[in-house]
Design a protein around this ligand. Structure first.
Ligand code: ZN
Length: 274
């Protein structure tokens, strides 16, 4: 069983334009068309049972439309969508309460697209309120090949952020791209073992197997999530790479779906159909 904790789709009307712009900027070819049906067929082909969609709010005025789109995706079998917020939004706490009220499990933030450092007081306020009301926060972390300079979310800035958040037992912060994309030595030095999840999005064909195995074993498989970043990586390809890793059964199950079921408060995938 596989849950892909990091995917992107756009409303059909804007998907072609959004995908072609992003693919030019990042210099990478998409593995799917960025639409709901494209994701559903990629899941079928790759053996992925559930995809978590992570929308990015790139300007404050997109807040309503993006979160309504997210809410509508939650009607679709096999899809769970997080919501999004922009650090320049007004009435941040009310907006996060609204996201919780419409049944979304968490939010996605992207410090590079949102041009705000992860340890900025605006993100501290957002993430602190999410912790208070029980929302998860996925953040892009490390290098974004399309927006390389400066990197707004580095391992050091995440450490600063963690020191500013209220105490919480259950990890609420999910760092995309195995802690910080293309900064994995620093991830090992500064973030491994901290009270955060790492997702594996976009990484499985880019990080060395040795380093990945070391990170999984030192961080703990109970805080790692299988993820692809579809359409920017292939679900089928990543399922194959993941299956070839020398992990024991328990670690494999934790990463491929058990941790995700816990975060999404689902007992099993049948619960989705309710
Ligand atoms: Zn992504």
């Amino acid at each position: 069983m596989f849950i892909d904790f990091h995917t992107h789709i756009f409303p059909d009307k804007i998907a072609d334009a959004a995908i072609s712009e992003l693919s030019q900027r990042c210099g990478s070819e998409p593995f799917a068309d960025g639409k709901l049906n494209g994701l559903l067929s990629s899941m079928k082909e790759g053996g992925v049972d559930l995809s978590v969609v992570l929308p990015v709010v790139t300007s404050p005025r997109q807040f309503d439309s993006i979160n309504r789109f997210a809410q509508s995706l939650n009607e679709v079998e096999g899809i769970v969508s997080f919501g999004g917020i922009h650090p320049e939004c007004e009435n941040i706490e009310e907006k996060l309460d609204f996201i919780k009220e419409i049944g979304l499990k968490g939010i996605k933030i992207h410090p590079d697209y949102q041009k705000t450092f992860i340890d900025d007081p605006k993100y501290v306020k957002i993430i602190s309120h999410c912790i208070k009301i029980g929302l998860y926060v996925v953040t892009h972390s490390g290098l974004d090949v399309g927006y390389p300079d400066p990197i707004h979310c580095t391992p050091q800035r995440i450490l600063n952020l963690l020191s500013l958040l209220p105490r919480h037992e259950e990890p609420r912060l999910i760092l995309a791209h195995t802690g910080a994309f293309d900064m994995w030595d620093e991830v090992e030095e500064k973030l491994v073992g901290k009270n955060v999840y790492f997702d594996l999005a976009y990484c499985l064909d880019k990080i060395s197997e040795r380093q990945l195995m070391r990170i999984i074993s030192n961080h703990g498989s109970d805080k790692i999530l299988f993820a692809t970043d579809s359409p920017w990586s292939g679900q089928k390809e990543f399922v194959e790479i993941f299956n070839s890793l020398p992990l024991n059964r328990q670690d494999k199950e934790n990463i491929s779906y058990k941790n995700a079921l816990k975060i999404l408060s689902l007992k099993n995938l049948k619960a989705l159909k309710c």
